[in-house]
Write a protein that binds this ligand. Structure first.
Ligand SMILES: Nc1ncnc2c1ncn2[C@@H]1O[C@H](COP(=O)(O)OP(=O)(O)OP(=O)(O)O)[C@@H](O)[C@H]1O
Ligand SMILES: [Mg+2]
Length: 295
């Protein structure tokens, strides 16, 4: 090791020791841990759940996202539409840390810089993502799937010792009701319909208590009735959660925005926001009709 490296190492260690001493002086180990936990907690006091600014993602010179800027407010349910290849899924990849942008800013609440966090830390901070294809554990029951989601962030040893406490059992009950699977709690997940599997996966996300939910084509392959029930579920979550919902199904977007004349819909095209406004406004927008709705 070079003297430079050793010196840097010892400076870092001295800083750590000093920091630990300060934290202990401020109230002991428990307080220290709580303080660290708080550092990963989003600050929603400014009313902003998600802030993307000037995000660019290039794949071999092709800009999948091109100076994308968007804000989602706390408790808002934002619908995102746009043609295939517009960059909708890539945007979720950036938010969840799967893809790093070439440029731009991404904040969760007003303090958490998503571009500095790893994928796991982003989940821990409170962002849950639902992919298009359901990934439930087919051999386990519905209840066991939800139970497993509670344990997901524990080590193998800790999850072997894990026992549900009363509050957690109650939470599973609440989620079962929300996702319309109360009567199927003991059913094997593999026997559920495609729509029910999608709900179960949303339920598994909810067990982790996310503050922002990213839902990529959640009703693809659902029956009309399942689609309507999914809209109801999302409208129940709105307010207590912030949601980003990407869909091609315009009937579903209509159900999510019905009776809410101010609700915003964002149209993505070629990696940027083409239009943003109420559903009626974007549907009347000539550019939107040309690139998407008029097809
Ligand atoms: N890993 C990658 N490597 C190269 N190109 C990619 C990669 N991921 C996405 N792309 C390209 O980026 C563009 C945006 O893709 P993206 O999947 O974000 O679109 P989308 O809006 O989700 O489309 P869809 O509605 O079809 O799901 C597409 O042209 C896609 O081919
Ligand atoms: Mg996509």
């Amino acid at each position: 090791m070079t003297p430079d490296l050793m010196e840097a190492g010892s400076r870092a260690r001295a800083a750590m020791v000093e920091r630990q001493a300060q934290i202990e002086a401020a109230g002991g180990r428990v307080a220290a841990r709580q303080q660290l936990l708080r550092l990963n907690e989003p600050d929603f006091t400014q009313g902003v759940a998600l802030y993307l600014d000037d995000i660019t993602v290039s794949f071999d010179g092709f800009k999948a996202l091109n100076a994308l800027t968007m804000t989602i407010n706390v408790g808002e349910l934002r619908c995102i539409i746009g043609p295939n290849g517009a960059g909708k899924t890539t945007m979720m990849d950036v938010i969840t840390g799967k893809t790093r942008p070439d440029a731009g800013k991404a904040f969760f609440g007003s303090t958490i810089d998503l571009l500095r966090l790893r994928e796991n830390d982003i989940v821990q901070a409170g962002i849950g993502r639902k992919f298009q294809k359901p990934t439930v554990f087919e051999q386990l029951s519905v209840f066991e799937n939800l139970e497993l989601a509670l344990k997901a962030d524990r080590s193998v040893r800790a999850s072997a010792l894990f026992r549900l406490n009363g509050a957690q059992a109650d939470r599973i009950g609440e989620v079962l009701t929300l996702i319309h699977l109360k009567d199927s709690a003991q059913r094997t997940a593999g026997l559920l319909s495609h729509g029910q599997k999608q709900w179960l996966e949303i339920g598994m996300l909810l067990m982790q208590d996310p503050k922002l939910l990213l839902l990529d084509e959640p009703v693809a392959g659902m029956t009309d009735e399942e689609t309507e029930r999914t809209a109801e579920l999302f409208l129940t979550l709105e307010g207590s959660h912030s949601l980003m919902v990407v869909e091609h199904d315009m009937k579903f977007i209509g159900e999510l925005t019905e009776g809410k004349p101010n609700k915003k819909v964002t149209v993505l095209h070629e990696g940027s926001v083409l239009a943003e406004g109420t559903l009626a406004e974007v549907q009347a927008n000539e550019k939107v009709v040309e690139v998407y709705l008029g097809r």
